[in-house]
Design a protein around this ligand. Structure first.
Ligand SMILES: Cc1cc2nc3c(=O)[nH]c(=O)nc-3n(C[C@H](O)[C@H](O)[C@H](O)COP(=O)(O)OP(=O)(O)OC[C@H]3O[C@@H](n4cnc5c(N)ncnc54)[C@H](O)[C@@H]3O)c2cc1C
Ligand code: FES
Length: 581
């Protein structure tokens, strides 16, 4: 006998994983009257989905099953969001959806020819791609590099905020009587004597059900193993740089370099970096994108950040002068043939999969949910499910992408040297304004102001913050939290979160993101925090920086600090007074 949870009613289906894919499946199932329980071992939508930039793209996909799924999803998203607005009200269904369009930029004759050929192959299957004349480009993207030799506009590309979208989908699941539980790991399945899945095993007991949907993202391979039906889903790490908020309209589309397509479709484990730049509704600019298969290694190598920053300043020279707020990473669920797995597992009756969407899960979620639900309820599927089967040959180790990468669209491959912070940087000249913060991340250390960091002599340039020096010398973290000794570095970048505290000239709790370096500074990394620090004057906060937006200040170590930006909205707002969990 196994203990079992008590529910009002046993669910028909348990969806394991509450990322965008699990949420979309659960929504589509409950819309068809299926009783659903969603389990997640963590917080809702807090894993890969929280790292996603939220692009809903057709522009980067060659003709083939993934593009078919992307086109179906792109059509479905606006209708689905309208239904959620109707059902939940505008506030709970809000997820910053915007059909902003994408621009793909080629530099050089070979890239231009390859890009035009790629678009010519996409158009017959329903992708809209318009080549912009040189005098049209500025109206679309005023700050784009003048070095562009071909720019294609893809008006269908859209964007939304992935966590808001997932939580809206799950709100609909709850509204229809489904349940969503975080903090519960699924350990495997129980089968009856015919081998059919009859329950999900959890540490709190079994959950009897008729079907189990594996929507575990990059961990789907582990869950499939535990369910006795191995699936080759592996993590592929991606890093993103986030800049300070810029005025609306500075970056208007999702803009990416033509070599991005090659990086997405590549099969090697080596690092691949290609430039993607886009603004969020909060005004921050997201700079991606790297791809590397390194297991679940959470490191944020500075060499990768440099390559991202260099690529961004190549596409948008003005970004060189913009502060970097933070960098973060996530793990895309990768399959050997770059196609998701959607549908029943023929080896285990009652086990279903919806996973392996790699770098496109946000975009593909709407159609994935529908396809899974159609198959599970016996409805005719709205598109051919065969390419996504769990027993297809492409999952047995085929190394290359179905559909392939067009000839001439080559990815930039970067191999960082061991331990060398400056190694592996793509050799592109920094654009105008190269002394600004993004450019400083791109080009590394140097400068005329001497200082020491933990006893090691360093040099900074006038205007560098302590955080800039630490980042450019290869440090992503330099403090530990008060509880749990967890590593911290720059998070908000605007003096709000207190993650970046350092000791400067003996004074603890100095915010590295605000404090400009002065000649002879002695910087030491800090363990924990002394917070709250004694005030040094009316309205002063820690490190003596006045706790208000705007205006510089003199900190308690006697040096001018940067004006503090107003707290930004959305994912960068923090303000928890330090020691972020
Ligand atoms: C840097 C980066 C940028 C990206 N940008 C984009 C983009 O612009 N557009 C786009 O379409 N895609 C993008 N992606 C890809 C996209 O984020 C993913 O494809 C998508 O989030 C995958 O969603 P998921 O629900 O499958 O996985 P996840 O969001 O990881 O959800 C899986 C969930 O399963 C849970 N889980 C795992 N194992 C268990 C278990 N045993 N028991 C219970 N729960 C379990 C996890 O806790 C997790 O919450 C990006 C990815 C990265 C890393
Ligand atoms: S990163 Fe410096 S206060 Fe947030």
């Amino acid at each position: 006998m196994h203990g079992s949870w008590t529910y009002g009613q046993h669910p028909d289906a348990v969806v394991v994983g509450s990322g965008i894919i699990g949420a979309a499946c659960a929504e589509a199932l409950t819309r068809r009257g299926v009783r659903v329980l969603v389990l997640d071992r963590g917080a809702v939508a807090s894993a890969t989905t929280a790292s996603g930039e939220g692009n809903l793209l057709v522009s980067d996909k060659p003709p083939g099953p993934e593009l078919d799924l992307a086109l179906a999803s792109l059509r479905r998203w606006p209708a689905l969001l309208a239904e959620l607005r109707e059902e939940l009200g505008p506030r709970r269904a809000a997820c910053e959806y915007e059909r902003k369009g994408g621009l793909v930029v080629a530099i050089g004759a070979a890239q231009s020819a390859a890009l035009h050929a790629f678009a010519a192959a996409q158009r017959p299957v329903g992708v809209e791609a318009h080549a912009l004349a040189p005098d049209e480009v500025a109206a679309y993207e005023p700050h784009l590099t003048p070095r562009a030799t071909a720019v294609l506009h893809y008006p269908q590309d859209a964007q939304l905020q992935p966590v808001l979208a997932a939580t809206a989908l799950l709100a609909a699941v709850r509204a229809r009587g489904g349940e969503v539980r975080g903090g519960v790991a699924a350990l495997g399945v129980r089968r009856d004597r015919h081998g059919r899945v009859r329950a999900v095993r959890t540490a709190r007991g079994d959950v009897p059900c008729g079907a189990v949907v594996n929507a575990c993202g990059p961990w789907a391979g582990s869950f499939a193993d535990a369910a006795g039906a191995p699936l080759p889903v592996a993590p592929r790490r991606g890093l993103v740089l986030v800049t300070a908020p810029l005025p609306a309209g500075t970056v208007r589309h999702k803009v990416y370099a033509a070599d991005y397509v090659g990086a997405v479709g590549a099969a090697e484990a080596d690092l691949r970096v290609s430039t993607v730049v886009e603004a969020t509704q909060a005004g921050t600019v997201l700079i991606g994108s790297s791809r590397q298969r390194v297991g679940f290694d959470p490191a944020i190598p500075v060499a990768v950040l440099r390559a991202l920053a260099r690529g961004a300043t190549t596409l948008f020279p003005l970004l060189a002068a913009v502060p970097v707020l933070r960098a973060y990473g996530g793990f895309r669920p990768y399959t050997p043939d770059h196609l998701p797995v959607i549908g029943p597992d023929p080896r285990r009756a009652g086990l279903w999969h919806a996973t392996g969407h790699e770098g496109a899960g946000i975009g593909l979620a709407a159609a994935t949910g529908d396809l899974l639900a159609e198959l599970l309820t016996g409805e005719p599927p709205h598109l051919d499910p065969a390419p996504f089967r769990a027993d297809r040959p492409g999952l047995r180790g085929a190394p290359e992408a179905a559909g392939g990468v067009p000839a001439g669209v080559a990815a930039v491959a970067v191999r960082p040297g061991p331990g060398a912070a400056g190694a592996g940087v793509v050799a592109m000249p920094p654009g105008p304004g190269a002394e600004g913060p993004v450019a400083r991340v791109a080009v590394g250390g140097g400068g005329g102001l001497p200082l020491t960091v933990d006893g090691v002599a360093r040099r900074a340039r006038p205007g560098d913050t302590v955080a800039t020096v630490l980042l450019t010398t290869g440090r992503a973290a330099w403090r530990t939290t008060r509880g749990g000794d967890r590593p911290r570095g720059v998070f908000c970048g605007i003096g709000v979160c207190h993650d970046c505290l350092v000791v400067v000239n003996g004074l603890p709790d100095v915010r590295a993101c605000l404090r400009e370096v002065a000649s002879g500074d002695v910087v030491e990394t800090q363990r924990g925090a002394v917070l709250p620090a004694p005030a040094t004057g009316a309205g002063a906060g820690v490190d003596g920086v006045a706790g208000r937006a705007g205006g510089g200040a003199v900190d308690a170590s006697g040096v001018v600090t940067r004006p503090r930006a107003a707290a930004v909205d959305g994912d960068d707002a923090h303000g928890d007074g330090g020691d972020r969990a």
